[in-house]
Every structure is written in C-alpha cells, then in structure tokens.
Design a protein. Sequence first.
Length: 484
Amino acid sequence: MWSTAVALVTVPVMVHGLGLTSYGIYSVAFSVAALGSYLDLGLGWTTAKFVAEADATTSRTPAGTAMAASAIYQLSLGIVFAAVVIIAASPISVVVLHLPSNEVGIASAVLRLTAVSFVASSQLGVFVSTLRGLRRFSAATLIATASTTISAIGAAVAASMGLGIVAAAVAQLVGVACGVVAGVAACYTLLRAADYGQGLWRQLRAMLGFSIWNYASRLIQMFVLQADKIVIARWGGPAVLAFYSVPFNFAQRVNVLAGPAVTAIYPIAVVGRLDRESFMRQYLAASRLIHVATAALAIAVLVWGDRFLGAWVGPEMATRGTFFLRALTVGFWAVSVGSFDGGCIEGWNKPQLIFALSAGAAVAGLAIVATTMWAWQRPDAAVALGVAGYFVTVGIGQMVVWYRISRYPLSFMFRRVALPVAEMGLLGVMASMVLRRAIEGRVMTVVTLFCLMAGLAVYGVLRALSRAELRTLAGRVLSPFGAA
C-alpha cells in the first residue's frame, strides 16, 4: 500500500515536471534496462525456495551458500548486460526506440544509468528474496519499501526542480544503492557462513536445474511487461507512450496486496507440502482474503478510474488513458489472484505447469493483438488488450490447475469468494452512478476512489470470512497496539 501511495504522489510530479516526451523516454529507458532480468534464469524467485529448505537445517552454511550462489551469478551476468547497454546506448536510442536525433544524447545517458541501476537492483533482489526464504518478511518489506521510496521521491524531487531526466535517473540509482547496503547488513551472517568452494557450484547447479522452468515462464511475462511499452514508443513516440504507461503503472497497483501474499505463501508452501492438511487450512483463509481485497481495488478502479485519472494527472490523460486503465486493471486483477495459486503450484515442485500456462497465454495474447489490429487498426489498443488477455489467461489457468492439484472444496469457495465478489461489483457500479452526480473537485475525486476501495473491501471481508476468522484477523491487526 505504501508504494501505491508514493506512486500517487510522485507520478503526477514526474509527468508535469519532465513533460510527456521526457517522461516517455524515462519510462522506456527503464523498460529496456529491465530486459536484463532475462539473464537471471529464474534464480531471483527460486532463491527464496532453496533458502527456505536450507533454513530447516541447524547450520547456516546451506542457506548462506544458496544466497551466495544466486548473488554471484546475478552480479556476473548483470555486469555483462550493463556493459552491453552502456556501449550500445546510442544505437538502441536510434534503431530500437526510434527517437529523433535531438533526444538521442539524453536518452543514451539515461539508458547507461538505468543499466547500472539494474545491476544494483539484481543484488537487492537476491537479499530480499533470501529474507523472505528465511520468513523474515518484515525485514524484506522494510528494505524493499525504503529503497523504492527513496528512488521514487528522489526522482520526483529532481523532476520538480527542473533538473531533468538524467538527475531523476541518478536519484533512482541512489535509492537502489541504499537498499543494497541495507540488504548486505541484514544478510551479513549468511554471507560469512556460506561455502565459497565446490559446495557453492554444486548448489548453483541444483538451483538452476529447478529454476529453468520458473525462468521460462517468467521470461514470457517479463517480455510482455517490457515489450508492450517499446512497441508503443516505436509506433507513436514517447508522448503517446505516456498515455499508456501512466495507466499501466496505476493498474499494476491492483497487485499491491496479492504480490506480497505470493512471496509469503511460496516458502510456506515449500514446507507445507509435508503437512498438507495444515497448509490447506492456511491457504483457504488467506486465499479468500486476497480474492475479496484485490477485487475491492480492481472494482473501484474500473468504476471510478476515468474520474481519478482526470483529477490525478489531467483531463487529457483521462480522455486518452481510461481505456488502457480499465483493460489493464482487468488483466492485473486476474493475474494477481491467480498468482497466489501459482506460488502454491511452484512451492509444491510443479514449475513445469506454470510454464505451460504462460506459453499458452502468450499465444492467446498475440492472437488478441492480431485480431484487434485487423479489426480496429489501433496498435496501442491492440497491445493493451493483448497484455490484458495474457494476464487473464494466466490468472484463470493457475486457479484451475491449483484446484486440480489441491482439490479444495469448490462449493465453499463459490459461496465465500465468487458470490461476494459479484455483489461487490454490483455495489461498486451503483455507488459510482450516485457519486458521479455528487462529487466535484480534484481532492474529493481522488479521496472517493480510496473510499470506494475501503468500503468494498470491508463488505467483501465481512461476506467472505466467518465470525471466528474475523475475530482472529482483528486480533492480529490490533495486536501491535495491545503490545504497546
């Protein structure tokens, strides 16, 4: 939630401070650098699994060795990728991004900075993943959130002061570097305990043998998440990209609750397969909460997103960006709740199934893009619908596959999830119709979105959870205040 709040404040500042063209260059430069994630072979995610399994032993050496193997691999390939981008920054700006000559110099400088930032981000990801594997979720969240906050606020301050996109990129790099320092401090004992001899290379081979399937499925997802912006930038230029990337980034916030939940359930599922009955009780309670909470966010954005964009960024963004916001929100909604089940599938050692789903969904997404282009002749709309179609297919597919593996009570989930979500959708539409006539002004329009989210979330939680579960949830929420 904090990252969403930070984005709400910083994105308008960045757009207005840099201008649409410069913001588009800034956005696509980070998308190009993020393509380096293709090199990790899935180790970023798999690190948490192997650290969780190794943490069951009394010695710190196995967990430390798993972390060190991942860190050394990420650092080596990250340096190679960064060197390529730094050397080829100008050709990338001209040939790939198709930027005009007067913007090539500034874009090349930003690309070089984002390449260095990628190397630091890959190391930060190793430390955060290790902490999650150790089930030190608070420390992992604190480090990741602090790093993101420093990066986002620093970039926004640079933009608001008129320092330009190079200064904003430097601020992003400073935030990531702070996160790396904090990660090293948090994992220092494991770094010292690691086996840096033959044991490290044996561990790396074992991790790669499992992660290759994870990597293949994430390769497809990362391509979708980055290639869409590159295609739109090349077709319409950086200014057009801004009308896609701003709604995209906000729609992605629908994952704000499900994302941390997936990282939490993954190491629990790794251990939980040894005690299936106990794990399924945890899963059913957590899954219902994730479903209704994510639905509250998505429904509020769908019914109030056009008004929000107009108040948040401006009327032109609302006019040209609402279609993208709604299409992408549906996609992120489906993949957010589906990925919770996907984390359980991978935790139970079936990553091949996730890859098969991702490959099939990619084919479906490309088919949607081709069909839309033929019927509508709008590349930006075709890309948005293709991305949304990919995410919907992956999300629903993961839910179906996990049901076939776990055989949880389907009728129970229908009563406690499907019906409450349908009721929330109806309430959201009705509330929006009434509020559109009563709400005016930028501040009230923005506040209304979050009031809708909160109201729908409360209704969904009350409908999805039993009284005993509500008392347990209330006790956990209020326990820090009681302890104080």
